[in-house]
Design a protein around this ligand. Structure first.
Ligand code: HXC
Length: 259
């Protein structure tokens, strides 16, 4: 695959480094970028020489969120039918080797969610995290409402998600979102040091450790039921629900338009 919106390289033949590369848009995440990122992660994941991966951005922005221009005119039907944007993100969750996020600058909205999908976050001192979706009339859509409370508790997650404010690297470290904060010019050195240390260990053990820690964040039955209920309610926004129920009531065959 040819990568246009990310660059990839390896370090010491065993660390895969993926750099988001849409600098003019502050690495806003569009479908193409996420497709490329998913493919590159998968390729590193299945390369036996690679032990660990690092995702990073630019000094100014890890990623300033999903591409707002690409979302602005989206309808519910478009978003739902295409499983808007997050379908590619699921690939990241299925990566079995450890992935470190090396974050400098803005990590907002989908950018913060992408960082949280990684196994841990090392932040530069200029990093700023936030879920500003509320300012756009939406809510986080790639796990933010689930991973943020798990990472830093309900109070701070509610504060960030409801106010849309940003939090600096030190607040993020105090809150437990990031594992280490380092000066900006030491960010990649620090992340690489951690990755090389992980690469020293048994790949089976590091993969098993990752898998096992992730089990600690699996949802409960009540979470699943609430999630189901929200989707169930959302389906009442579709024309197909009206058609299906009208057809039943009037004893005719439903003619769904997939809208
Ligand atoms: C598209 C974006 C963008 C975004 C920045 N840009 N963020 N384009 N989508 N998310 C573009 C700007 O339009 C501008 O382009 C250029 O990048 C530089 O941005 P500026 O705003 O001029 O920079 P600055 O003044 O330094 O402010 C930086 C910023 C601000 C605070 C990060 O750009 C900002 O608030 N961005 C939006 C952040 C956001 O709301 N993210 C959440 C998105 S929703 P031009 O062409 O004008 O130079 C989301 C939902 C996820 O992520 C759902 C599931 C995935």
């Amino acid at each position: 695959m040819n990568y246009e919106l990310i660059t990839i390289r390896t370090e010491a033949d065993k660390i895969g480094i993926l750099t988001l590369n849409r600098p003019k848009q502050l690495n806003a995440l569009n479908d193409q970028l996420m497709t490329e990122l998913g493919a590159a992660l998968k390729a590193f994941d299945s390369d036996p020489a690679i032990a660990c991966m690092i995702i990073t951005g630019s000094e100014k922005a890890f990623a300033a969120g999903a591409d707002i221009g690409a979302m602005a005119q989206l309808s519910f039907a478009d978003a739902y039918k295409s499983d808007f944007i997050t379908r590619n993100w699921e690939q990241i969750r299925s990566v079995r080797k450890p992935v470190i996020a090396a974050v400098s600058g803005f990590a907002l909205g989908g950018g913060c969610e992408l960082a949280m999908m990684c196994d841990f976050i090392i932040a530069a001192d200029n990093a700023r995290f936030g879920q500003p979706e509320i300012k756009l009339g939406i809510i986080p859509g790639a796990g933010g409402t689930q991973r943020l409370p798990r990472a830093l508790g309900k109070a701070k997650a509610m504060d960030l998600i409801l106010t849309g404010r940003m939090m600096d690297a030190l607040e993020a470290e105090r809150a437990g979102l990031v594992s280490r904060v380092v000066p900006l010019d030491k960010l990649m050195e620090e992340a690489l040091g951690a990755a090389l240390m992980i690469a020293e260990y048994s790949q089976i053990a590091t993969m098993a450790a990752k898998e096992s820690v992730n089990r600690a964040f699996e949802g409960t039955l009540s979470d699943g039921i609430i999630f189901e209920r929200r989707l169930f309610h959302a389906l009442f926004a579709t024309a197909d629900q009206k058609e299906g129920m009208d057809a039943f009531v009037n004893k005719r065959k439903a003619n769904f338009q997939h809208q």
